[in-house]
Design a protein around this ligand. Sequence first.
Ligand SMILES: *Cc1c(COP(=O)(O)O)cnc(C)c1O
Length: 658
Amino acid sequence: MTAHARDSQPERFLPPRADIRPTVIPPATFAPNVVEENLDRYGLLNWGGEYFSVSRDGHVVLAFGPPRSVPVAVTRIVAELHRRGLSPPLVLRFPQILDGQIKKLVTAFRTAIQEFDYSGDYIPAYPLKANQKKEVVQEVVRCGQPYDLGIEVGSKAELTLALALSHNPQAPIICNGVKDEAYLSLALRGKQVGRRVFIVLETLSELRRLVELSQRLGIRPRIGLRLKLSTRGSGKWEKSSGDLSKFGFTIADLLRGLSYLNNADLGDCLQLLHFHIGSQVTDIKRIKEAVKEAARTYAKLRTLCPQLDYLDVGGGLGIDYDGSRTASESSVNYSVQEYANDIVYSIKEVCDNEHVREPTIVTENGRMIAAPHALLVCNVINELTLLNGPIHVPDSDSRPQVIQEMYDIYTEINAKNYREYYHDVIEQRDEMFSLFNLGYLSLEDRGLGQELFWGVCERALKFAKLARHMPEEFEDLERRLARKFICNFSVFQSIPDSWAVDQLFPIMPLHRLVEIPDRKGYLADLTCDSDGKVDHFIDLRDIKDSLELHPLDGQPYYLGVFFTGAYQDVLGDYHNLFGHVHDASVVIDDSGQPRITSAVPGQKIEEVLGVFGYERHELLEGLLRRLGTDGAKQEWRDQLMREFEAALGSNTYPTLED
Ligand SMILES: *Cc1c(COP(=O)(O)O)cnc(C)c1O
């Protein structure tokens, strides 16, 4: 996984020459190719072309909304929120993208059903765990209404949400996860009042508990059984399937379960067969194999169990985060239509072969529905590099020998000797450390030595890059010399999967795309944690370990982290007490204008402290008590109290622009 950034940096475009000074020309007209180059560089059209684009003046724009309207720049929305007191970091949500994803999914299945003359139905379900935020779930439920979109839940808490939020009695509620009596009972009661609740069982003991309870309550359940398939998924999450997965019935247990149900006279309650091979399945082959295995099981079971009418294929439909359309971890080698075609066709083929009726197909696609709708906006607040331009070496005849030698290396290094000189300077640096620790070097000399060392490294790296094969030691060096862009956000709060499972998200500047980004570096967040960084970036052919960005120019510089709508909101945590960021929903209305439909301020310091058990009044009283009455002036104490209170009511992120 090495950097394969382009070898030859295109020249930075120059302002027009003074002697042919034109009237003021907007940048786009003299740098049209730069916009194209940047589109290519960040791959936007590959991964985000459906919903995002770049305008001629170099801004990322929303590419949805009514046809022929003027595209809306994301920075315009950011500016509007700023006026309302909400500045980055913030999350922008686009409900129209949720709608678009649901339509795309349903359309794909309807097309496949028609094409293959499939006689069963299709129902999409939204797994709540992908994103339980109110704005998201409400919108998904609303958009899904015409398709009887169901909700999949994995816990008792999620079931309470599903029961309260879905109004459509036709829309299924699919209950997964480990179920205690209260969970089972709540599900049964939901069924009793006419909701289409399926209880998907994962073990025989759960099945026994359900049978006992439903007999006691006199409520006949709709039962689903989760299958443990021998086919595994692919990609990062493949461990959630296969013979050793933590969930589901083996075939032997399935038969035991069925006879248990029959004995309890509940055989006709078994209506659904379920499986789930993991999230972000990168290879369509795995999905096909799993569907075939499950369809065969369904078909054979149906002859024993005539009420079995649903085959639920779980989630796993992936997102092409890097736009490469490959089976690499951040991508998928199939389209949504291919996914639908393969599922519908495989089930039909098996059912035809076994002469059984084709089931209603259910899918539970969380990532696919939710990921694209959210965009994290943060700003770069600083650039850090080990090198600060040319090194100033004061004249002196009495320089310590070690410093003099480093200086000579620095001035004499060239394309022929750079490897040798690089090794020499490492030796000199170690010598310098020893001398300093023994007290033989002044602070000034130590400082100069440090700068000369990094200066030699930089020069050596330049020569190494010109060589035909860059030696490995210089690749390490390149990483160590990389620039750091300090960004106003917390990886742990806003993109936890980037840290936890090295997931890649598309990241790019939201403006200035008429300029060539001539800096390369990685992103560091605000937390005091060496893991609080992003140093892997999408690329069509590889994974890059640095991102091309523009030099800071004193104006706010905004980055977008795209496709953060699935899983990140809920997995995020409070490292260094950075809380939830501001959160706004934006739609493009019929006249093509952006409308902010909701704007929820991020958590205040006192709210985050509250999560960990600190009450505001308790903190204020504590501080007041500790201040005492003597020592400092009353006026100073009052001032501290005022600022302390103001801080409790403020945002957890630094406000560095106005
Ligand atoms: C997590 C999960 C899903 C959602 O998976 P995605 O890959 O996000 O579509 C669906 N079904 C079950 C049972 C799950 O556990």
